[in-house]
Design a protein around this ligand. Structure first.
Ligand code: ZN
Length: 189
């Protein structure tokens, strides 16, 4: 369970109750077990702040410590992830595929004909969808999502920024693969 972003104590999320403090958290998706430990008698926090809380943030930390001091853990119950989009809260790739098929690849939502083509394997449809949405792990997209990178230049050619277009089409190495592909098509005719 996520300590800041889920309602697990009181009736609101801790990131709303302790706004200043939560902004100092280095990992907003940290789980309860990552941040709290229970020695059988009392509960204590293992915090990781961007900088030491001061002013009102330190007041919030004091309140938070008081709040968690009353928390008791059931040693039989381990902190775990739950898949909330499916029926039985257990994640399976099948459940994810079904969800993508129903929510993304249905004809009414489909942005192009390729995504409705039953002749195209599903994993290829998903790949095309990811390319269209720029949800590829190319360096520019990782950088946009806050991942600290040494460089965003293409690691293959070092000639340009590694964007989705560059990685799949414009890079000279990708272009070489397209040429090989084209030769294969022509030879097959
Ligand atoms: Zn390149």
């Amino acid at each position: 369970m996520i300590i800041w972003n889920e309602t697990w104590i009181g009736n609101e999320k801790l990131k709303h109750k302790f706004k200043r403090l939560s902004r100092l958290e280095t990992k907003i998706e940290a789980s309860i077990s990552e941040r709290l430990s229970w020695d059988g008698i009392k509960c204590e926090g293992t915090w990781s702040w961007l900088r030491a809380p001061r002013g009102r943030a330190s007041d919030e930390l004091r309140l938070l410590k008081t709040l968690i001091s009353d928390v008791k853990f059931n040693p039989q119950t381990r902190d775990s992830w739950k898949w909330k989009a499916g029926g039985n809260e257990i994640f399976t790739t099948k459940a994810l595929t079904t969800l993508i098929n129903s929510r993304v690849l249905t004809p009414s939502n489909s942005p192009c004909e390729t995504l409705c083509n039953k002749m195209v394997p599903k994993k290829l449809e998903v790949f095309v969808w990811r390319v269209r949405k720029k949800r590829m792990s190319v360096l520019v997209e990782l950088d946009k999502r806050g991942i600290d990178l040494h460089s965003v230049r293409c690691p293959l050619c070092d000639d340009a920024i590694e964007t989705v277009d560059h990685s799949l089409i414009l890079c000279k190495y990708a272009f070489h693969v397209w040429c090989k592909d084209f030769d294969w098509w022509v030879a097959g005719e």
